[in-house]
Design a protein around this ligand. Sequence first.
Ligand SMILES: Cc1ncc(C[n+]2csc(CCOP(=O)(O)OP(=O)(O)O)c2C)c(N)n1
Ligand SMILES: [Mg+2]
Length: 749
Amino acid sequence: MTRLSKGTRRATTEGALAGADPAGRGSGNGSRRPGRSGGEQVGSTSSEPYRGFERKELVDDFRLACISRAIDDREIMLQKQSRVFFQISGAGHEILLLSLARSLRPGYDWFFPYYRDQALVLGLGVTPRDILLQAVGSVDDPNSGGRQMPSHWGSSRLHIVSQTSPTGSQCLPAVGCAEAARYLASRNLPGCNAFGDEVTYVSLGEGATSEGEFWESLNTACRLHLPVLYVVADNGYAISVRASDQAPAPISELVRGFRGLAITKFDGTDYFASRTKGAQAIARVRAGEGPGLIHATVTRPYSHSSQDTQAKYRAPEELAEEASHDPIDRLEHQLVRGGVLTAEEADAIREEARTYVAGVARDALAAPRPDPTTVTEHVLLLPEIEDPGQPGVAGTAHEADPTGALVTRGEPVGIGDAIRLTLYELMGEDERIRVFGEDVADAPEDVVDQVEGKGGVFGTTHGLQKTFGVARCYNTPLAEANIIGRGIGQALRGLRPCAEIQFFDYIWPAMHQIRAEAATARWRSEGRFSVPLVIRVAIGGYVRGGALWHSQCGESIFAHIPGLIVVFPSRAADAAGLLRAAFRCEDPVLFLEHKHLLRQKYAMDPFPPADYVLPLGKAAVRRPGRDLSIVTWGATLQKSIDAAERLAADGIEAEVVDLRTIVPWDRDAVAATLAKTSRLLVVHEDVLTAGFGGEVAAFAADECFASLDAPVRRVAATDTFVAYEPTLESAILPQVDDIERAARELAAF
Ligand SMILES: Cc1ncc(C[n+]2csc(CCOP(=O)(O)OP(=O)(O)O)c2C)c(N)n1
Ligand SMILES: [Mg+2]
């Protein structure tokens, strides 16, 4: 449980700059706050508050703003010298963000920042050294070890979640984080905030508010009344596109219909307005009064990034006008006019900041670079699971059936029931598991005791809400990115979320969250963050009438994403054993549930006992043989076995290997079967071109060439979508006849 008094953040504000402690420069101690040094060195002749604010804080914030700008200037120079490789500045946003940092609590609140939030993270305690180590790509970069480009913030200590680049994708994980905070606190689970008053901060530009994920996140933040603070820093441009060309009205007007959202608009170049109004907005969110959105106007005095030249699209007069309203100049004038600083002292602070940053940059440039041999580290952390061998049989009357229809010892259950029973069993053991998605709950709370309950369109989650309550099994909006993004935020907070995507065919709106936010988390942060999220997806065809929208496979597309585990069971015992393994993973798992197999008799098994957990990346030989090998998974397993039986009638013995998991996949099993049979046929339901069979075939050609006596063959769906009319569907998807034909040819080669 995190306990932090309000005073704690201030207690860490003594810093290293200001000449008084030159040894602090580049010390790398993350707790140092270089810009928030004592006010004695310059200015601040009186300790009386100025306009209600501590003079020391005003000077410190001015100093930190100067440091932030000096970092940008130094990075831009180094980028031109090819000593840093990308630059995107925080210029023009400093005053807003330093003001907000004053009311936020690092290591207590949670942060999903935007790339222009340099001043915010400095205010929270990220050091200039940390920032410059990342800019040069040093292995000492404490955020990513040289993997992330500059301005992609991250600090597990300060609760700054490792940032991704897609504009807007941070909003949904932020909402999931806030949702997790409430759940953790309500059950006193590890990682919870004892006071229940943490804020989740998420920021974005006015351009990024055009992204759908922003709106999907507002939906949930408002409906659940979550403590999320949105900060929209509106600098008028998204690269070269004016805000007025992005949207019909300013964002603070557009969001007016969101009930429960407190909207605060102010001039983010005015330090005093930002401090006062920002503090009020944050206090309201902290008090549990619901989400808030700050719309603050700022400037963008520099081009969008090192790749951009804004003079190409902004008139000289406009640029001159903006330069004359620089927020740091404005604060300086205010402080000088108010007698907080003299003009000479302000100059000295600016100069000091430049000198300090130059020194830190020199240190960073001298810091070691990463070792190229480490690039494959922190992709996945697989759990160690012993192969349990053959499954035993669960108890006499299996208690793990929420519907009341008890499974008797040894009675076979289908894949769908096996998954449902496993979820029931695991949820009973682990309160961190929450199941959510479209239609996964049983019924609205006011009728749930009077009705049978829905529990998913395939009934796979039936009874979970009735048994564990609506906080453990709940419906989401009809929005796939929302489902996955919120799952990611919950996983980042230590929960074990289980998100359901109703049909694989509709996973695409969530693809961005899966690929950009979930799968990259471990790698981009060098293992400092991870996303243990189980994504259950109903997949596949052979369903008659499903057409393009309820029949597709496509596992190869996900297998192509480093950092994502892909599981594809074809039998009930495997589904239970692999789902148990999935919940032991610290990384995202795509758990594919084939619709055609859910209730098939041939895929049934007695429900295996709780200790039956299957290792990931371990294939199973389903039928032994000596003449050729058929490697397959999912619904084509049974079709391959059927084809093998036909061949056996003619004395051809095919070995049928079920991969069971696609990532990781069992290369050893393929090598072993080929050592025996010397002939390989790969069969899958996904389309042929760039299907996962191509990967298996390439492996065989690369690594098993000496074993092969024939070319590798593949049977797969035609390179089309799946059609509605049954004879078309049959022509498109692989059938037993297709497999038999290919296998005979291969055996005869
Ligand atoms: C999803 C996505 N599309 C495009 C980009 C490229 N891109 C990076 S920043 C940016 C403009 C963002 O503008 P805004 O949100 O207003 O932020 P600002 O840069 O003005 O602070 C674009 C188009 C991206 N990073 N992510
Ligand atoms: Mg903008």
